[in-house]
Design a protein around this ligand. Sequence first.
Ligand code: GUN
Length: 280
Amino acid sequence: MNNFIIDGKEISAQIKEEVKKEAERQKEKGKSASLAVILVGNDPASKVYVKNKKKACEYVGIQSLSYELPEETTEEELLQKIDELNKQEDITGILVQLPLPSHINEDKIICAISPKKDVDGFHPQNVGNLSIGRSGFISCTPAGVIELLKRSNIDIEGRECVVVGRSNIVGKPMAMLLLRENATVTICHSKTKNLKEVTKRADILIAAVGKPKFFTADYIKEGAVVIDVGIHRDEKNQLCGDVDFEQVVEHTSAITPVPGGVGPMTIAMLMKNCLNAIKD
Ligand code: GUN
């Protein structure tokens, strides 16, 4: 199979360049974007993600403000902080890094963020807008997957797309976005029977199960496009995805690697959302 490795690093760099130029144009019009990033607690992975988000903001010319709150922060205190940021006119985007400590109700926090500043696209209003075809903020990782497909000239319309994983952040919005692109969409999850039979129908398979190297060659139709949303460390401490890349790659027409596939797209799309927050 003549396979093609989708270069998420390169495509995300293009998007960041576009955002950077647009941010300059907006500044000339007197408009500037600023992102407030809230991190609660000491989760090491979250710290890395937040650092990378701030770095990307700096690169594209979006101001970032960082609020690093202790693990013991109460739900009330966090709601108070969000309320302040909602009211602050010079803050145009708000992001609360997930997961939150278990004593804080994530859903309550997500709902407290003003939908107009919800650059993660997690607020029910934005989720609802996506599902009925209205404009609004879209969750960055699935939005990034669509960009990867489009910019790699992979047709979506009319194709069998199978999304494995039904999280609010990835699986569900991913299915909605593929539907919006006129794909035939199937969502699978941990209770799906005969998963292999379903995934073997996929022209485009989106792997978002959160299990390292879960998808082996026997899940893949010959010549499929495989998009790997997972990120893990394998037994050798190397980064890997939900797909067993080495085994699967030769059966695909295109595939995303880990690292360097979907990962960098999430932050690029976040930058795009931050800029969209100030555009009319
Ligand atoms: N945790 C894992 N992914 C995300 C994301 O896209 N946004 C936020 N806020 N938290 C996350």
